[in-house]
Design a protein around this ligand. Structure first.
Ligand SMILES: [Zn+2]
Length: 444
């Protein structure tokens, strides 16, 4: 259901996761598939999970803004750059050392929160299977990946800001598009296997049915991977990832264990919808527009902040300036956006713009998810099984089927489970001979 939504998370990355026997049900008749499914009321536990989740989201935003702000206004970032300069000596190494130190320090500051959110909370709600050793290992691996990517690529934006101070945001956006496609190409084969095992499906009869469905969806040579997420979580999911040769559908083994066969095939139809409709590529193209807006904002707001709180680079002649010509040691301790000490300023502003742009990005994501649901319904025509699969998702993942406006606007990348069940209950144009939206893509 969930696609890895890269957008601005990647900008942060630049600097900065067996099948049980499926119950054999009797084949459902067409009439049975039109039988509506009621949206279940969320349990008190699910309600609490949702409400506390909103507060945790708010806490995340405060940390993502507060920690870089602290490092900026205390002058710690400028001191960190001095250390990096002494250790690294050459500019390229100075940037690398700074980024590695910055990521290590912010990791330690964030660690209690990461531990609560990633370990304590999922266990408290019965959603996790992870032991502490595996959790710690995964967290350290993530840090290692961030550091490797940061050290290898963080010099690029700074070189651009330095050489093209007026237009760097445009050139960086142009570089980000091939970079994002490169990340999509290598992530499923280089990064994801660091955390989990991706293998072929254990149930070969089920795999055959999935491949038949893919054939009907007009997808040839598609690859379906089963991932051992049961080691980590009790939640259920599936997603489409990769680009060109690494494009694939990934099924969590928890999903295979918990859904019946028609439900699983419906979910596969949804993922095939993402695949056939080119949603991953379209998301990257939208990301480039979002990145352009975001970097433009970083440039303008960054200059403003440096003018206000940065050290003055070119003091006024004696007696004429606001400070009588004395170079004011600004609180930031640096005077240019091209200074690597500006990393926290750039990250802070990037995060602010991501929150501001989230309503647009989320609305586009929900549109894609809705179309993938439509694709699945038209392909499988198993409305009842699809709706039952959503009920299962709601129950297993402690989802709120009808979240409020705030959640929808700022957090929801998918239509609510309630809306998705409603759609399954009502969308069946084939029953009265109306044309299908995606019928042209299907093979008989
Ligand atoms: Zn989806």
């Amino acid at each position: 259901m969930h696609r890895r939504w890269i957008v601005l998370g990647l900008l942060t990355l630049l600097l900065a996761a067996p099948a049980g026997a499926n119950e054999q049900e009797a084949p459902t008749t067409m009439g049975g598939e039109l039988e509506p499914v009621a949206v279940p009321e969320p349990t008190p536990l699910a309600r609490r999970y949702h409400e506390t989740g909103n507060w945790i989201w708010a806490g995340d935003q405060l940390i993502a803004i507060g920690v870089p702000a602290l490092l900026l206004f205390s002058g710690a970032s400028a001191r960190l750059r001095q250390i990096a300069h002494r250790v690294g000596h050459y500019w390229f190494f100075e940037v690398g050392v700074y980024v590695a130190l910055y990521l290590a320090i912010t990791f330690l500051i964030d660690l209690p929160f990461l531990f609560y959110q990633g370990y304590v909370r999922p266990h408290a709600y019965g959603l996790s299977n992870q032991d502490l050793g595996r959790w710690s290992g995964n967290v350290l691996k993530s840090l290692g990946v961030s550091m490797a990517v940061g050290v290898l690529f963080a010099w690029v934006p700074f070189a651009l800001i330095s050489r093209a101070p007026r237009r760097w945001w445009l050139y960086l956006t142009l570089l980000m598009v091939p970079f994002l496609f490169g990340v999509m190409l290598v992530k499923p084969v280089w990064v994801d296997p660091l955390f989990n095992h991706f293998g072929s499906m254990k149930d070969t009869a089920l795999e055959r049915k999935i491949l038949d469905l893919a054939g009907r969806a007009g997808i040839d040579g598609s690859r379906v991977f089963e991932v051992d997420k049961s080691r980590d979580t009790k939640a259920v999911n599936a997603y489409v990832t990769g680009f060109l040769g690494t494009k694939r559908i990934v099924l969590w083994d928890t999903l295979i264990a918990k859904l019946d066969e028609p439900g699983l095939l419906f979910v596969m139809g949804h993922e095939m919808g993402h695949y056939a409709l080119g949603h991953v590529v379209r998301s990257v193209l939208l990301s480039s527009v979002v990145i352009l807006c975001s970097l433009f904002f970083v440039d303008r707001a960054g200059r403003w902040a440096i003018a206000r709180w940065g050290a003055q680079a070119h003091p006024h002649p004696p007696g004429t300036g606001p400070n009588g010509g004395t170079p004011a040691a600004g609180r930031f301790g640096f005077d240019r956006l091209a200074d690597v000490a500006a990393v926290p300023l750039i990250l802070l502003l990037t995060h602010v713009s991501a929150v501001l742009l989230a309503p647009v990005v989320n609305a586009y994501s929900r549109h894609q998810e809705f179309e993938a649901d439509r694709f699945a319904l038209e392909l499988t025509r198993t409305n009842h099984s699809g709706a039952k699969a959503f009920v299962k998702l709601q129950v297993e993942n402690l989802s709120n089927p009808r979240p409020g406006l705030f959640y929808k606007t700022f957090r929801a990348t998918h239509p609510s489970i309630g809306e998705r069940i409603d759609f399954c209950n009502t969308y069946h144009p084939w029953t009265n001979g109306a044309p299908l939206v995606y019928g042209g893509l299907f093979r008989r």
